[in-house]
Design a protein around this ligand. Structure first.
Ligand code: NAD
Ligand code: 13P
Length: 397
């Protein structure tokens, strides 16, 4: 068998953590994966022992990402690479893990430089909105690179997982029919090369017209088993599902709710107020799924998976979007200013997601159906008084 080559695109707090756990797995499964995992690093200069150094050099010599994941020893087979095109070359598995605002530029740079049969997993929490169109990141990546892309999302705090403290996650991967290596499966017909002609569907249930290039049969079949081997660790339990839209939406939209929880707590209210916000937030996520992804999202995913309620709870009680929105209210400054001054280059995905989702809802004239999402957008604009929150809740009933 030919081995799968794995690349992680992104090396922030979560990117480096996922790079670490995958490099541990590839070393443990030499029959499935090449040992070395390439990690694309957005190159920058960092100061180490009083000397300016390139972050990639530091990662490859000290085996530590001193800027985004300090004090965590990384495996020697996690190779930092400042060249995006070189990092993705010949990889069959591309794991995308960077703040969602950068993905457009990344796709432009790597298009045409990847294997036509590469497969993707997006660990990114966010959505892309252009005019009044909204897209899941997994779908945006898939469309732009002409590959299939699934999603990984869950109640996952990078620093805890990097320290090998146990938690669980959800991976959504709907193995494309052409990769099942079975002729005449699922009512689809034989292609000229003996593979099944692809009839893969997008996140809204429509058949994708452009056929995918099948993963050649000399590779271990790329489906749930191989992905579990790549991502599961003794400290990281994986639940595999096929609902990519549900997993992606849960991960993206909960960041808006986490901001709201931080604002509420910063204002001086406590757990019971936050619980009201979480409850209302999940209601709006489910509403969003029903309104815009009725054919594909399984509400069960949001109720039962780590990528649903699990992520909501951890994000509203201990993640960055909650922590720093609380700090912004306590200090009486904008959350954008806190992101600039306190996060050392890390990003709060809730800010842009709130902006994007609100503009999408406004373009469709349905923003009043989502009072909590609208409220967070208003707070970011500094035109909503936090004292108004209970009243807005009453109006929304
Ligand atoms: P981060 O917040 O640490 O972001 C900083 C990263 O952005 C760095 O790697 C930096 O080099 C990179 N960057 C800066 N400018 C760039 C540019 N112009 N082009 C490309 N990259 C640039 O990132 P993260 O925590 O790894 O988050 C990645 C994704 O993972 C996000 O969508 C986040 O929601 C999600 N996530 C994070 C966590 C967590 O605990 N950190 C957990 C689960 C999911
Ligand atoms: P933050 O980006 O707010 O830290 O969220 C991390 C996360 O997604 C927790 O599951």
């Amino acid at each position: 068998k030919t081995l799968h080559k794995v690349t992680i695109v992104g090396s922030g707090n979560w990117g480096t953590t996922v790079g670490k756990l995958m490099a541990e797995s590839t070393a443990e499964h030499p029959d499935v994966f090449e040992k070395d995992v390439q990690m694309w690093v957005y190159e920058e200069t960092v100061e180490v022992d009083g000397q300016p150094q390139k972050l990639t050099d530091v990662i490859n010599t000290k085996h530590e990402n001193v800027k985004y994941l300090p004090e965590i020893k990384l495996p020697d087979n996690l190779i930092a690479n400042p060249s995006l095109v070189d990092a993705v070359k010949n990889s069959t598995i591309l794991v995308f893990n960077l703040p969602h605002e950068f993905i457009g530029n990344i796709c432009k740079q790597i298009k045409g430089h990847i294997l036509p049969y590469a497969r993707g997993i997006s660990c990114i929490k966010g959505v892309t909105v252009t005019d009044d169109k909204i897209e899941l990141l997994s779908e945006y990546i898939g469309e732009n690179l002409s590959i299939y892309c699934g999603a990984l999302s869950g109640a996952n705090i990078a620093s805890e997982i990097a320290n090998e403290m146990w938690c669980e996650t959800t991976i959504a991967y709907n193995t494309p029919p052409c990769d099942k290596h079975t002729a005449n499966g699922n009512g689809v017909s034989n292609g000229a090369n003996g593979y099944v002609v692809d009839e893969h569907r997008d996140s809204r249930g429509q058949i994708i017209k452009t056929p995918l290039t099948p993963v050649p049969s000399e590779y271990p079949a790329l489906g749930h088993d191989v992905l579990r081997k790549l991502f599961e660790r003794p400290y990281f339990t994986v639940s595999m599902v096929s609902d990519v839209a549900g997993v992606s939406l849960g991960g993206a939209l909960k960041n808006i709710v986490a901001l709201a929880c931080g604002f509420v707590e910063g204002h001086g209210w406590n757990m019971t107020a936050k619980t009201a916000v979480m409850r209302r937030g999940m209601q709006e996520i489910i509403q969003f799924a029903r309104d815009f992804y009725p054919e594909t999202v399984q509400e069960k995913t949001l109720w039962e998976e780590s990528a649903g309620w699990g992520d909501m709870i951890v994000s509203c009680t201990s993640a960055r979007n909650w922590r720093y929105s609380k700090m912004a209210v306590e200090r009486g400054v904008s959350i954008q200013e806190i992101e600039r001054t306190e996060l050392n280059g890390q990003k709060l995905q809730g800010i842009s997601t709130s902006r994007e989702v609100s503009s999408f809802l406004r373009a469709r004239g349905v923003e009043d159906k989502y009072p909590l999402f609208k409220l967070v957008d208003g707070i970011l604009d500094q035109n909503v008084n936090l004292e108004d929150i209970p009243r807005l809740f009453r109006k929304s009933q």
